[in-house]
Design a binder for this molecule. Structure first.
Ligand SMILES: Cc1cc2nc3c(=O)[nH]c(=O)nc-3n(C[C@H](O)[C@H](O)[C@H](O)COP(=O)(O)OP(=O)(O)OC[C@H]3O[C@@H](n4cnc5c(N)ncnc54)[C@H](O)[C@@H]3O)c2cc1C
Length: 454
């Protein structure tokens, strides 16, 4: 590749903190909050204009159940529950859907909490400011500064130019593992079948249409989408506006050119879907595009190799870990275009979407059990092998493909953020590395700060 040499120059160190979090999705914000509430000096860097990442800026507004598969035992609390409580107190900030007894929707697939994404942005702002965290919006992490083999600072770029933030500990919450990869961590892809990226849209008039999903499904070839045609939800407090997550783009969106194509293609697909509905439904002409998500929602890119890879069987058989920092009951859920979506549940059943609609149930386990009611996230799958002041949280953690299908939802990833923040504080206060912290102390501190630790 052709290249030019950038001249070396001095840049100002604009911040010197205990913990620096890169990426302000919910996992990053939760890492920052937990470290700051324990007393660490924290900064957080986000490239967009608001915190909340895919949940807020990508319109992915669904958080699943906080219980195990019995619906009776709560297994998730911490900042996930705190944010839900806060949104619940904001007018039209939160909508809950409770699965009726005997409902064909099975726990915990049920999409329980629907967040108002705009109110979420405002709540996260207040939580960050209340905790005394220094926020940087419209600020992009650009490069690590490594001296004598140690990660000492990172270079950022924003309206004020290029500068550096020095920190004792770093959290990579960029979802694509940018800092980890730049520091030499091994990256890998599950396989060529990426789960697709999806552009969020808000559309007025959807609820007046006859059977729009059947229409869109029958046009999958024209739309170049497959599997299931995504989902839509009424917007919290504005039921006539529907939030769509329906378009599909397959590719490695950690690459700049691919991401550009994905954004343009996602928007064009939304237009195409609206055109199809306008042509086929008597009320179609009344459809109006209210908003497009400010970023495309990315389900999967690359992972970072950590000290342990969470296996699909660890999830499906509910393996217990002595360093568990989080719990979840969400099933293995792998969306691959052209292949109907599969859900693998902990009770031994598996649900296959059928081409053209409908579902088929099979069993993936035929033994008598016992069947787990939740699965566990170990600290070691977010822990780099060598870099002793860096932790990974969010969807770049080390997972096998099926395990990723379960771990990628926000109720589980939020907990990796909280663990990263507490672990940084634990290392800071004990003078240890992130590898050598006392795991029992980490778990105790997480529990003291509101997490459920079983
Ligand atoms: C269409 C779709 C539907 C989904 N449906 C659901 C669902 O129903 N329920 C569910 O729980 N999950 C769902 N998911 C999955 C879930 O939304 C994601 O896995 C999760 O939000 C990822 O969280 P994260 O914190 O790792 O990443 P993100 O939320 O993407 O946060 C990463 C942040 O890092 C920032 N960043 C990246 N690089 C830089 C940089 N260089 N400098 C500064 N900032 C940077 C980004 O701007 C972003 O804000 C869905 C995902 C998609 C795409």
């Amino acid at each position: 590749m052709d290249s030019i040499r950038e001249p070396a120059r001095d840049i100002p160190v604009v911040e010197d903190v205990d913990v620096l979090v890169l990426g302000g999705g919910c996992t990053g914000v939760f890492a920052a909050l937990r470290a700051a509430r324990l007393g660490a000096k924290v900064a957080i860097v986000e490239q967009n204009n608001a915190f909340g990442g895919t949940a807020a800026n990508g319109f992915v507004c669904i958080w699943h159940e906080l219980t195990d598969t019995t619906y009776k035992k709560q297994i998730i609390s911490g900042l996930t529950e705190e944010v839900l409580d806060r949104l619940g107190r904001v007018p039209n900030g939160l909508r809950q859907r409770i699965a009726p007894e005997g409902s064909p929707f099975r726990a915990p697939y049920y999409s329980r909490y629907h967040l108002n994404t705009e109110e979420l942005k405002i709540e996260l702002d207040s939580m960050i400011l209340d905790a005394g965290i220094t926020p940087y919006l419209h600020t992009k992490y650009a490069a690590p500064f490594i001296r004598d083999g140690r990660l000492e600072a990172v270079v950022i770029e924003n309206r004020s130019g290029r500068s550096a933030i020095r920190a004792k500990f770093f959290v990579d919450a960029t979802a694509d593992g940018f800092l980890g990869a730049d520091c030499g961590m091994e990256t890998y892809y599950h396989d060529a079948h990426f789960q697709p990226a999806t552009t969020g849209a808000r559309v007025w008039g959807w609820n007046q249409l006859q059977d729009p999903n059947t229409v869109l499904r029958s046009e999958e070839n024209r739309l170049r989408i497959g599997g299931r045609a995504g989902w839509e939800l009424p917007m919290t407090g504005a039921e006539e506006i529907s939030t769509w997550c329906k378009s599909q783009f397959v590719g490695d969106c950690s690459d700049a050119k691919v991401l550009t194509r994905a954004e343009i293609s996602g928007r064009a697909q939304v237009r195409e879907m609206m055109n199809i509905l306008r042509e086929t439904d008597t009320h179609g002409k009344e459809l109006s595009l209210v908003a497009l998500s400010s970023i495309i929602g990315i389900r999967e890119t690359r992972q970072l190799k950590c000290t342990y890879q969470l296996k699909t069987d660890d999830v499906c058989y509910g393996r217990a870990f002595d360093d568990a920092i989080g719990y979840c009951a969400y099933p293995v859920d792998v969306h691959v275009p052209q292949i109907p979506t599969t859900f693998r549940y902990l009770d031994g059943t598996e649900q296959h979407g059928l081409p053209g609609g409908g579902v088929e149930w099979v069993r993936w386990r035929t033994d008598e059990g016992p069947y787990p009611t939740y699965w566990q996230i170990p600290y070691r799958c977010m822990l780099p092998g060598k870099i002793d002041n860096l932790l990974i949280c969010g969807r770049a953690i080390d997972t096998e493909k099926g395990a990723f299908g379960a771990a990628r939802v926000m109720i589980s990833l939020n907990q990796t953020g909280e663990a990263a923040g507490v672990a940084c504080y634990e290392a800071l206060s004990s003078g240890r590395t992130v590898q050598s912290i006392d795991i029992a102390a980490l778990r105790r501190r997480m529990k003291d700060g509101g997490s459920i630790i079983l």
